[in-house]
Design a protein around this ligand. Structure first.
Ligand code: SAH
Length: 240
């Protein structure tokens, strides 16, 4: 029986490659999903595409799978980064989950002047990205960076990467994406308190910055992430 279970693994995938399952994966596959030897599931590692694999051994806490054939070739998202200020509660997890589904290559949590959240749990964000990739059928998990200050990210910026600066103070103006700009991009979304005047000035003074409005209403940061990714994907991305 072909199963819908998809798992992200770190090891190489290829014909007759054996994959050892981690404890939580084995728990999910054998205890929750009740898979038995010779049942099949799908694996991906972000490099080798998606593979169908068969259960060859199972215990409660581990298991071995044997790769059979490739079911999808490796797909990479567009060269788009998401820079966002972490927000309170589970909305940061949600942002990572939604950005993974929408298709980004890299996620960079940034501390801005009005960012209240002081720390992010990096491993937890990675787990959310993996889970999102498993469920949305993607073969890629975006790289997630540690929290760093917006200043330091911008001071090391490589200038060929455009920034789509989502600025809430533009909410009532009509400013949309400059579709003529070629090359890699990053989207920048602020925290609950928005951007400070000096941040706004500094970002907008860069020639690679494209300030945009996300419509006449002020969106919460997690909504702004989805809206901006929709806008960008439609203009430059892989939605065609
Ligand atoms: N407290 C701020 C709103 C911050 S909303 C205020 O009331 O002005 C969080 C982030 O979402 C913003 O920093 C911005 O990056 C983005 N955002 C929300 N609504 C937007 C809009 N209409 N246009 C552009 N960006 C928006």
């Amino acid at each position: 029986m072909a199963s819908k279970i998809r798992l992200y693994v770190e090891c190489d995938l290829g014909s007759d490659e054996r994959v050892l399952m981690r404890r939580e994966q084995a728990h999910y596959v054998f205890n929750v999903m009740r898979c038995k030897p010779s049942d099949t599931l799908l694996l991906f590692n972000g490099r080798d595409g998606e593979w169908q694999a068969k259960v060859v051994e199972n215990t409660k806490s581990s298991g071995q799978l044997l790769c059979d054939h490739r079911t999808r070739s490796q797909e990479f998202p567009p060269d788009l980064w998401l820079l966002f200020a972490p927000v309170k509660g589970s909305r940061t997890d949600l942002i990572v989950e939604k950005a993974t589904e929408m298709g980004v290559a890299r996620i960079v949590p940034v501390r801005t002047s009005f960012t209240i959240v002081k720390r992010v749990r990096h491993a937890r964000l990675v787990a959310h990205a993996i889970e999102a990739a498993e469920q949305c059928g993607g073969t890629f998990v975006p790289v997630i960076e540690e929290l760093q200050s917006l200043d330091s990210v911008l001071s090391q910026w490589s200038v060929e990467r455009n920034i789509m600066f989502c600025d809430e103070s533009e909410a009532n103006r009509k400013r949309s994406l400059d579709r003529m700009r070629r090359g890699p991009w990053a989207i920048l979304i602020g925290p609950e308190g928005g951007f400070s005047e000096s941040e706004r000035k500094c970002i907008q003074s860069a020639f690679y910055c494209n300030t945009v409005s996300l419509g006449p209403r002020i969106l919460r940061a997690d909504t702004a992430v989805v809206a901006s990714l929709t806008m960008w994907q439609k203009a430059f991305g892989d939605w065609r």
